[in-house]
Ligand binder design. Structure first.
Ligand code: FES
Length: 163
């Protein structure tokens, strides 16, 4: 099972633009998450250095902003590699062999989940439910979701991610 969606390329990090984004969004109700999402959307990451800027603009403590930014797995501290392979680590997928698939992916790429290959080609991440529990274990490569991931299908995804 495959569903295709488009990922927009991210722009290089720019603190002035980040400040603009924060200023644009800060007046709405509950601005913290929308700001983090917009920064991630624009730059592909929410670097540590922007957290004090957000805290200052929203009159929050750095710890509060840091707590929210680190709670959600989707907010990265550094830009991702060229390809992002997300493996579902939630319950249904775990019970269908998701841990084994994650171990195979780590072995195949020579990196741990949560990191990027040295050549910047592939970022391997956990995600917690892709909504494909019925066809677990599930994965997502660059926004395209794939169900019933077995070792053979994983090898195909790894080969694609290395291109
Ligand atoms: S638990 Fe993996 S897709 Fe829902």
């Amino acid at each position: 099972m495959e569903v295709v969606s488009q990922m927009a390329p991210n722009k290089p990090w720019n603190a002035d633009r980040a400040l603009e984004i924060i200023e644009e969004i800060k007046e709405i109700e509950g601005p913290l998450l929308p700001i983090l999402h917009e920064l991630q959307e624009e730059f592909g990451c929410v670097p540590e250095s922007v957290l004090p800027m957000i805290a200052h603009a929203l009159n929050l403590s750095r710890a509060e902003v840091h707590g929210v930014a680190t709670f959600y797995h989707d907010f990265r501290r550094e830009p991702a590699g060229k390809h992002v392979l997300k493996l579902c680590g939630a319950e249904a997928c775990q019970s269908m062999g998701g841990d084994h698939i994650a171990a195979c992916a780590e072995k195949g790429l020579g990196i741990k989940v949560g990191s990027t290959s040295l050549d910047g080609q592939v970022t391997l991440e956990h995600v917690y439910c892709l909504g494909l529990c019925a066809v677990a274990p599930a994965a997502m490569l660059d926004g395209r979701v794939v169900g019933r991931v077995d070792e053979r299908r994983l090898q195909g995804l790894l080969a694609e991610a290395r291109k």
